[in-house]
Write a protein that binds this ligand. Structure first.
Ligand code: KG4
Ligand code: ZN
Length: 337
């Protein structure tokens, strides 16, 4: 079969990223331009600034991606783009850019769901092994998903309140750590011990998660101690929070592994770049003789390589989008037949 090269575009949040992905698995070229330093000054992503910066940088990111890769635009087989979920203004920049390229170069257009992209990051230099369980953990998602085959998603459970990455970011902020908080909480936690007592999670038997009680407990604890003039042992608090948050994931993953007897587990999304999370989930999986796969760290946080990987099965099924494709800030997973 002829090799398939997909040019993928991702602009759903604060990274302008493009990649050329060969046959859904190999990276021919990869560029990520992060706006992190700009947003760090404000303690979080400012949507208006994000979309403006995507507009300013997107042509440059395309030039760079083509320069580093082995294909010209004419030699590309399809254009893939994240259309949802994410910041609407940011998504629109990518979607309109992708439509323009598809129109000018007469290429099919492929619309990719961002979280499905995170899952398919596990196909880069690797192969998804079905049936599998996917733990999708990012700034916007905390989902436990069963997949029997490509693009067949059964959501077993989701967060009932905050996403886990969002909690890491909020806790980071109250501990005066820079945005994005997750990696900084993890770094600080390495210097501490879990000496603070954290609220016990609700012990239900569903696969749903809850993080807002834990987040509020940490924020309240910091405010109360500050009001009393007491010192906070920040590294111990970061460690206590992290242990508790990851324990919540471990409990539900363990329950799903026990009940489904599935032998392949993948972890996806920005929070999957946490070494602590990787180690702890792997320990749980080993108890059940389950193989764990996690993307390389650069493919865990937002990037276009994962969008190219997720677009490939859609390309094979000729599932193309029309020029009426719109960006959506929220949308559920789509099961393809
Ligand atoms: O997937 P992603 O890049 O963007 C979204 O789609 O949301 O995930 C970003 C999230 C942020 O909340 C960030 O704090 C979190 O992933 N994150 C981490 C770590 N690295 C990134 N959370 C905990 N520990 C980490 N090492
Ligand atoms: Zn993401």
């Amino acid at each position: 079969m002829k090799d398939v090269y997909i040019l993928a575009i991702e602009t759903s949040c604060d990274e302008t990223s493009m990649a050329i992905v060969k046959n859904g698995h190999e990276i021919d070229s990869f560029t990520v331009l992060t706006q992190m330093d700009t947003h760090a000054q404000f303690g979080g992503v400012v949507p208006e600034i994000a979309s403006r910066m995507h507009t300013e940088n997107i042509t440059m990111v395309l030039e760079e991606t083509l320069k580093k890769g082995s294909r010209t635009m004419e030699q590309i087989d399809a254009i893939a783009v994240t259309y949802a979920p994410g910041l609407l203004g940011s998504l629109l920049v990518g979607v309109e850019f992708a439509k323009t390229l598809a129109l000018v170069y007469k290429k099919p257009l492929i619309a990719v769901h961002h979280t499905i992209g995170h899952i398919y990051a596990n196909n880069i230099n690797n192969e998804l092994k079905f049936p599998l369980l996917a733990l999708a953990v990012s700034g916007g998602h905390t989902d436990l998903i069963k997949m029997e085959q490509d693009y067949k998603f059964e959501i077993l459970g989701s967060t009932l309140d905050d996403a886990i990455g969002e909690c890491f970011d909020k806790v980071a902020r109250v501990l005066d750590l820079k945005y994005p908080g997750g990696p900084n909480v993890e770094k600080l936690a390495l210097e501490g011990n879990p000496t603070y007592s954290m609220p016990k999670p609700v012990n239900d038997n569903t696969y749903n998660f809850s993080f807002s009680g834990l987040k509020s407990a940490v924020i309240n604890l910091v405010h109360n101690e500050r009001q009393r003039g007491n010192e906070i042992r920040k590294s111990d608090l970061a460690c206590s929070f992290q242990v508790s948050a990851i324990d919540e994931l471990k409990r539900k993953v363990e329950l799903a592994l026990q009940n489904t007897k599935i032998k392949s587990l993948i972890i996806a999304g920005g929070v999957a770049s946490s070494s602590y999370l990787r180690e702890e989930i792997t320990k749980v999986a080993q108890k059940y003789d389950v193989e764990v796969n996690v993307p390389e760290k650069k493919y865990c946080t937002d990037n276009a390589a994962m969008i190219g990987a997720a677009a490939y099965p859609l390309y094979l099924q000729q599932k193309f989008a029309g020029f009426d494709l719109n960006a959506l800030s929220q949308t559920p997973f789509i099961n393809e037949e």
